[in-house]
Design a protein around this ligand. Structure first.
Ligand SMILES: Cc1cc2nc3c(=O)[nH]c(=O)nc-3n(C[C@H](O)[C@H](O)[C@H](O)COP(=O)(O)OP(=O)(O)OC[C@H]3O[C@@H](n4cnc5c(N)ncnc54)[C@H](O)[C@@H]3O)c2cc1C
Length: 287
């Protein structure tokens, strides 16, 4: 089947093309996921709407209480941008652990989220920061928490005529942030599993816990059992020792080519325990 690639001149043009071709059209950003699917014959689309020229959607903007990220922000820019790396060190870490310099220079944040892989590395930290995704179509705009955006592997709640235009990320001043990714080697691999935590601490008490895992469910997963297990509790060795049961209650990893279910369970349990020990250490150092 022949596929048309149309270059959108601006956002309005892109939205018109998506509205015109509906379920037959897909936005094409950096192409690092899409072109692989196209070559493998796994793309059910007749029109690719190239949004690569929409430079207005490539930004990191600081507001008093949040940071706004454009959909076309390249993964490489998340590592080096002074505001993102200052406010969200765990997000910058996820961007640094992502793929290779070539892929980071082409791949966009909107593409990483729009691809809806349970292994998308930027997503677990964004879930823990409370980020929302903003969608736009000719019919108007809407936003939703990023953890609600995914329906299953490769499936999102965006309608065929909608595209992601950006993200709002609330600042988390003073919060302890953590991200760890596990792969078969240190660079240029898709995660076997990943873990992100963002903890608001008051002395050694966890006031608020936000926790998310990659590759542990059909979608990037917000770990609500772990969050409620930790929230309001004193952070000590007893709490850390008990977290594994809460993690196992949240996650449902599968055996696949990258790792067994059991291996993924151990990775995220260990990462969660390490994060909590790191948080305790940082509180005690600061006291
Ligand atoms: C060698 C290699 C290594 C990789 N390593 C990693 C890794 O370590 N971690 C990781 O998470 N990913 C990795 N990836 C996957 C990929 O690079 C990322 O998901 C990347 O962020 C995709 O961005 P893109 O701009 O290239 O998206 P595209 O390929 O252009 O698009 C991907 C999907 O998102 C949709 N899309 C794009 N932009 C929008 C938008 N604005 N609104 C709605 N939908 C949109 C497209 O229609 C398509 O379905 C790797 C890929 C390769 C080839």
């Amino acid at each position: 089947m022949a596929i048309d690639i149309v270059r959108a001149e601006n956002l309005e043009h892109a939205l018109e093309l998506l509205a015109r071709d509906g379920a037959q059209a897909r936005p094409l950003a950096g192409g690092t996921d899409l072109m692989l699917r196209l070559r493998a014959g796994r793309l059910a689309a007749r029109t690719l709407v190239s949004i690569a020229d929409l430079s207005d959607l490539a930004y990191v903007r600081e507001q008093a209480d949040r940071v706004e990220l454009g959909a076309l922000t390249r993964v490489a820019d998340l590592i080096t941008h002074p505001v993102y790396s200052r406010e969200f060190p765990a997000g910058a870490r996820a961007a640094r652990d992502f793929a290779s310099p070539q892929i980071r220079n082409r791949g966009t944040l909107g593409g990483n989220v729009g691809n809806a892989s349970p292994a998308a590395d930027n997503v677990p930290p964004l879930i823990t920061f409370g980020a929302t995704v903003t969608l736009q179509s000719k019919r108007g705009g809407r936003s939703m928490p990023i953890e609600d955006f995914f329906e299953g592997p490769g499936r999102t709640r965006a309608a065929p005529d909608e595209m992601i235009v950006g993200f709002q990320v609330p600042k988390r001043p003073g919060a302890f942030q953590f991200f760890a990714k596990f792969g078969s080697r240190n660079a240029n691999v898709i995660s076997i599993a990943s873990a992100a935590l963002c903890l608001r601490l008051d002395g050694e008490t966890v006031r608020e816990a936000r926790v998310a895992y990659g590759c542990c469910a059909p979608v990037p997963l917000r770990a609500r059992r772990v969050e409620s297990y930790l929230s309001g509790q004193r952070l000590d060795e007893r709490l850390i020792a008990g977290v594994r049961e809460a993690v196992l209650g949240d996650i449902k990893p599968i055996d696949d080519v990258r790792g067994s279910r059991r291996y993924k369970e151990l990775l995220v349990i260990n990462a969660t325990e390490d994060a909590l020990r790191g948080a305790l250490e940082s509180v005690r150092k600061a006291a």
